[in-house]
Design a binder for this molecule. Structure first.
Ligand SMILES: Cc1cc2nc3c(=O)[nH]c(=O)nc-3n(C[C@H](O)[C@H](O)[C@H](O)COP(=O)(O)OP(=O)(O)OC[C@H]3O[C@@H](n4cnc5c(N)ncnc54)[C@H](O)[C@@H]3O)c2cc1C
Length: 346
C-alpha cells in the first residue's frame, strides 16, 4: 500500500478519463483485496471520508478535488470457480480491467459479455450502474457480487435481487455503503454470442435480431461501432476524453410521451417509454461539436461531453447545464447525469 504519493498524483485528474478533478487529501493504492477492505474499514472506523476510484471513467470530480482519502483499486484476477449445465462461473477481482475480462471470455469460448466489449473501467465497477451497451447489460450474467459492507463491518455475497439492478443503476450507485471486491459471472460455454438484440449491431453484422454470431466477430464489430462514436478510449483522441454518455435516456410515462409529438422511442413492457437523450439534445439545438470553455460535445457522439485539453470541471458542468436546461425548455423533459458527481453538482 502506498500513502500520500508525490504532489502530481494527488491531482485526481491523473485518474479520470475526463482528465479533470482537483487534489485528494491522501491517495492509497490497493493491489490486494484485503488491503482494499482494510483501507475502507479503517477509514470508516476513523470517520474519514473515503472515495473509491477504479478506472475513473464514470466520475466527474470537482476542481477543488476531494478532501478525504481516495482508494485506487488495482486488484487483479480472473478465475473459473465452477461449471455445470447452466454455464461456467467466473470470479473477477474488482480492479481487473473490464475489457481484459471480456477479451478473456471471448478467447476462451465463454458467451454473454461480448457486446460489452470496449467499455472502459474495472470489472468491479460494472455492477454499480449495471453497465450496458448494444443489447447486453451485466445484470444478464452476474451471479453474485462480493462486497464489504462498511455499515455492518463484514463481507457479504449479494444475489442479483439484492443488487436491485435497473437501467444504469443498482443498490451500489450513489451510496458508499459497499466496496465491491469481486464479481461472479455465469457465462455460457459457446463459441457463439448471446442472441443479438440491438438493431444497429445486427445490421453491422449482416444478421437479424435474435441471431447468434461467432464471439470474436461480435466483439470486433462492437469495437468498430464504438470507435466510430468515440466510445473506445484513445489518449490521442480528445473525443474520447469523456465519461461516455453524460446523460441517461429519459424514461417517461406513456401519457406524457403522447404529448410530445413524433420522436424516436422505445416502449417498455411496464408502460413507460424511453427516449434517446441524444435525439432530444440535437433537436434542442445542440449539435455534435457544440462547445464551451475548453469543453465540447464530442464530434462523434452527442451524448459525450469532452474535455478538449484545457477544460475544467466547472466548464464541463456549465455545458451540461446549458444542454439540460435547453432540452427542458424545448421538450419539458428532464435529463439526468449518468456519472457519479464528486464534490460538484449539476
Ligand atoms: C469512452 C467511454 C465509454 C463508455 N461506455 C459505456 C457504455 O457503453 N455503457 C456503460 O454502462 N458505461 C459506459 N461508460 C461509463 C464507464 O466506463 C462505466 O460506468 C464503468 O463501469 C466505470 O468503471 P470505472 O472503473 O471507471 O469506475 P469509476 O469511474 O472509477 O467509479 C465509478 C463509481 O463507482 C464507484 N466504484 C468503483 N469501483 C467500486 C467498487 N469496487 N466498489 C464500490 N464502488 C465502486 C466509484 O466510487 C464511483 O462512484 C463509458 C465511459 C467512457 C469514458
Amino acid at each position: 500500500m502506498t500513502d500520500t504519493p508525490s504532489a502530481p498524483e494527488r491531482f485526481l485528474s491523473a485518474y479520470t478519463t475526463l482528465r479533470l478533478g482537483g487534489p485528494a487529501g491522501t491517495v492509497t493504492t490497493a493491489v490486494h483485496t484485503d488491503e482494499a477492505v482494510e483501507t475502507v474499514r479503517a477509514a470508516a472506523a476513523a470517520g474519514r471520508r473515503l472515495l473509491v476510484l477504479a478506472g475513473g471513467s464514470n466520475v466527474v470530480i470537482g476542481d477543488d478535488g476531494f478532501d478525504g482519502e481516495v482508494l485506487l483499486l488495482r486488484t487483479h484476477g480472473i478465475e473459473v470457480t465452477g461449471e455445470n449445465a447452466s454455464g461456467v462461473l467466473v470470479r473477477v477481482a474488482a480492479g481487473e480491467s473490464w475489457d481484459d475480462f471480456v477479451s478473456y471470455a471471448v478467447t476462451n469460448g465463454l458467451s454473454g459479455v461480448e457486446c460489452l466489449s470496449g467499455i472502459p473501467g474495472a470489472a468491479g465497477s460494472t455492477p454499480i450502474q449495471n453497465v450496458g451497451a448494444y443489447g447486453q447489460e451485466v445484470a444478464h450474467t452476474i451471479e453474485a457480487v462480493h462486497a464489504y459492507d462498511r455499515r455492518a463491518g463484514e463481507t457479504r455475497v449479494m444475489s442479483p435481487a439484492e443488487c436491485r439492478f435497473g437501467y444504469r443503476t443498482s443498490v451500489f450507485k450513489h451510496d458508499d455503503r459497499y466496496l465491491v471486491t469481486a464479481v461472479d459471472f455465469r457465462l455460457a460455454r459457446s463459441g457463439e454470442s448471446a442472441p443479438i438484440r440491438y438493431a444497429e449491431l445486427a445490421r453491422s453484422l449482416g444478421a437479424s435480431a435474435g441471431d447468434r454470431v461467432p464471439l470474436q466477430q461480435a466483439r470486433e464489430t462492437v469495437l468498430k461501432l464504438r470507435a466510430g462514436k468515440g466510445m473506445v478510449l484513445d489518449p490521442e483522441d480528445r473525443d474520447t476524453w469523456s465519461v461516455g454518455s453524460f446523460f441517461t435516456n429519459p424514461v417517461v410515462s406513456a401519457a406524457f410521451f403522447a404529448t410530445l409529438g413524433e420522436m424516436p422511442h422505445w416502449p417498455a413492457a411496464d408502460g413507460t417509454v424511453k427516449i434517446p437523450a441524444a435525439w432530444l439534445i440535437e433537436n434542442a439545438g445542440f449539435p455534435k461539436g457544440f462547445a464551451g470553455a475548453g469543453v465540447a460535445i464530442s464530434g462523434k457522439h452527442t451524448l459525450a461531453l469532452t474535455n478538449r485539453g484545457t477544460g475544467t470541471t466547472a466548464a464541463l458542468l456549465d455545458l451540461a447545464r446549458t444542454i439540460r436546461d435547453g432540452v427542458r425548455s424545448r421538450f419539458g423533459v428532464e435529463l439526468h447525469p449518468e456519472p457519479v458527481l464528486v464534490g460538484c453538482e449539476l
